[in-house]
Design a protein around this ligand. Structure first.
Ligand code: S3P
Length: 168
């Protein structure tokens, strides 16, 4: 049986874009944990953070991941950038499939998310400092969860899709 493809990485690493491109290329189902959460809660991630807080969001995220593992089957799964911060999630990510970590530099995040208002953790001033702080704190968690690491700063979506399909 083929394993599902699981994409992890920081905000702006391209998980959703690459997940969709993989779906186009392979025809397999694609799901994004943030989209599943928004659909289930009937509101945007940013509202969940403001109204109910990050802790509540992390519970939803953990439950969605466990549901995906329970349902089984083959699909492409893109995850929220902070999914690895719930350490309990790491074995579930691995159970779900082959975990690809799209690794990027803080400067790439800043470039790609200029003007973005959908990420509550990056709201306000001093974005580069925030990104560096979060990345430092998460680095080991991403690496621990990853089966394969792809340095994704300067590679095209097409190339990354090809690398993932080839399993490298
Ligand atoms: C988060 C990343 C977001 C979303 C939420 C929290 C994080 O997903 O889950 O805003 O903690 O890094 P993306 O990585 O898809 O932006």
């Amino acid at each position: 049986m083929m394993e599902s493809i699981v994409l992890i990485g920081f905000m702006g690493s391209g998980k959703t874009t690459i997940g969709r491109a993989l779906k186009e290329k392979t025809g397999f189902d694609f799901v994004d944990t943030d989209e599943l959460i928004e659909a289930e809660e009937g509101c945007k991630i940013s509202s969940i953070f403001t109204d109910k807080g990050e802790k509540y969001f992390r519970e939803l995220e953990k439950n969605i991941l466990q549901k995906l593992v329970a349902v089984g089957g083959f699909r492409i799964v893109s995850t929220g950038g902070g999914i690895v911060t719930t350490l309990e999630n790491i074995p579930f990510l691995k159970k779900l499939g082959r975990v690809f970590y799209l690794r990027i530099k803080p400067e790439t995040v800043i470039d790609r998310l200029r003007g973005d208002v959908t990420r509550p953790l990056l709201a306000g001033k001093d974005r580069l400092i925030k990104v560096k702080g979060l990345m430092d704190a998460r680095k080991d968690m991403y690496e621990k969860a990853a089966d394969i690491i792809i340095d994704a700063d300067d590679i095209s979506v097409e190339k990354i899709v090809e690398m993932i399909i080839n399993g490298t």
